[in-house]
Design a binder for this molecule. Sequence first.
Ligand code: CDP
Ligand code: CDP
Length: 210
Amino acid sequence: MIIAIDGPAASGKGTLARRIAAAYGLPHLDSGLLYRAVAWSLIARGVALEDAGQAEAAARGLDAAALGDPALRSEAAGAGASVVSAYPPVRAALLDFQRQFAATPPGAVIDGRDIGTVICPQAEVKIFVTASPEERARRRTRELLGRGEAVDEAAILADIRARDERDMNRSAAPLKPAADAALLDTTALDADAAFAAAAAIVDARALKTV
Ligand code: CDP
Ligand code: CDP
């Protein structure tokens, strides 16, 4: 079974994907980490994010062992990821890894922006998670504060809006719900309530495919 969970920054899709994966016994892939790793490899070497050729080379040479680097969780890596992820050759270079992850039994839970639309259009379950930009900025602020990082909520809201804008308006695999995705607005839901709603969607869809 393949479960695709897409949505904008800080909508809670990663937290949801981890919990769904644990509950259904499936491996989990956070596809955003791949784009973050490409961006971080440029940032760490002082290469401009606008250098599409270097970004493509980094995507082709990506080593799965690099995905555990805590630096990938920074806002700088996230913002950089949304720049390099707009380059079609970068997306093409990361496609096979994601498809193979999904195709390996017993299946997978993958979260990102284009999992239900491009990477796994055949996924049995597709959930598009949303929340208002203000609520997403509050969540990211709380998360960063919890990690002891200095934060400015207004700057985080501005970054989230800029990222939404770039992700929705790019021509390569723009952020949008698949036609057959279930929409899950978590603005008023905590992580437990979001998980319960998502599990009900998974159960209903999985039943239909037996
Ligand atoms: O956790 P958050 O939503 O903040 O970020 P992420 O999922 O790690 O994604 C970082 C950036 O990578 C996004 O803003 C997208 O531009 C890009 N991305 C993408 O293009 N396609 C994906 N499947 C996943 C991420
Ligand atoms: O992966 P994405 O960027 O969409 O979001 P996340 O990293 O899973 O979640 C961002 C923060 O929101 C985390 O600290 C979660 O604990 C919190 N949160 C959530 O995931 N779901 C809710 N319904 C409410 C809060």
